[in-house]
Design a protein around this ligand. Sequence first.
Ligand code: MG
Length: 455
Amino acid sequence: MRLFGSSGLRGLVNVELTPILAVKVGMAVGAFIKAGKVLVARDSRTSGLMLENALVSGLQACGVKVFRLGILPTPVLAYLTKMLGADAGVMITASHNPPQYNGIKIFDRNGMAYDEEKQKEVERLIEHEKICFADWQNLGEALTIDKGHLYTKTVLENVRLNRKWHVVVDPGCGATSQIAPAIFRDLGCKVAAINAQFDGFFPGRSPEPNRETLQYLAETVKILGADMGVAYDGDGDRVAFIDEKGVFVDFDKALAAYATYTVKKNGGKDRIVVTNVEASMCIERMVEALGGKVVRTRVGDVYVAEAVRKFGAVFGGEPCGAWIHPQHHYCPDGLLSSVLMLKALEEVGKNLSELIAQVPTYPVLRKNVPCKNEIKHAIVERAENQLKTCFPNYKDISKADGIRLTLEEGWVLVRASGTEPLVRLTAEGESLKVVKEIMEKVTKVVAKVVEDFEK
Ligand code: MG
């Protein structure tokens, strides 16, 4: 039984993810860490408190002492788990997914998301109902605590801004709604905030920040003449930027620009940055020009975080805006990323559009093909031979995550989504014409495989 995907457990509320499952996860975590101390936080979803109550119940039943932090971003929960010496941290969130979804993500005592092995162990405990109930005198306590300010304090101790930046913050009514505008104010910025109240219906925009959903933020930045717009996903581990001209900053370019800045700041030569198989090749072009190196992993922040630690990388990030700053911690942190971006601009003496203009443009096209969870992996497997036939002159093939073919003038990737019922297609080329041709061919191949499969 697989409950956990690349970003923890995720599902439709009261369909796939019920309080019954949440109580089981609580009991399994209690059994896994053998009682101990657990922090629990949630994002702003309507189902958050319901699932939290069930999960906390399961933890208490197994003798775990629970500290409830209320609504906080995922990176803050991860940070506090380590800082407060808890045995685990549990975050109730479906990240950027629509409001009818929720999920559970578990962090270890170091603030690292549970890897595949640990997730499988928790799954096994749930499946076999290997639960160790505490007896009545030893049930766990559940205390509500307010500790978000400890995270803010650490950020303020580590980042000092000299300029009074004018920033428009768009938390999208998610978990960063209170803490993000507050941090920028504490840093001395002039702050305007939109969609900055908790609301599980996400009335302002989708919890997924992207070019389409951030149009209002982009307009606001332009009208106010601000220096930068920042937006986060539902749980605040991802960030998206709007430059001072009110233009949405391409995710791949933001990633490459910031990675390059970090490599340079750390001495350049032999410095490593980590990204996933989906990211644009512009990151290699820039980092390698400085003598640095790019390591690519499977998609999923858990894999990026593991590689960052293993290779001693100076930075890691995915093109969805989930960036890891290992000098601070190993959880992707949208809040920290946005603050550090301002610091970077200050250090290089550029505004955001100028920093981004240094990144070469290779057009990337991404497309999602809806495909049931049960068959998405089989579809990708079956696509392999057809893709090879379709691109007979491919130069290299990688199966680190899905099927990735390196072509003469670009590359193509077909992979099953870790969290959603989708097969994701990504293509990149030296020119728009090339990438469009690649995408057209791949789309046909995958559509055909899906059609044949369903016959
Ligand atoms: Mg997220």
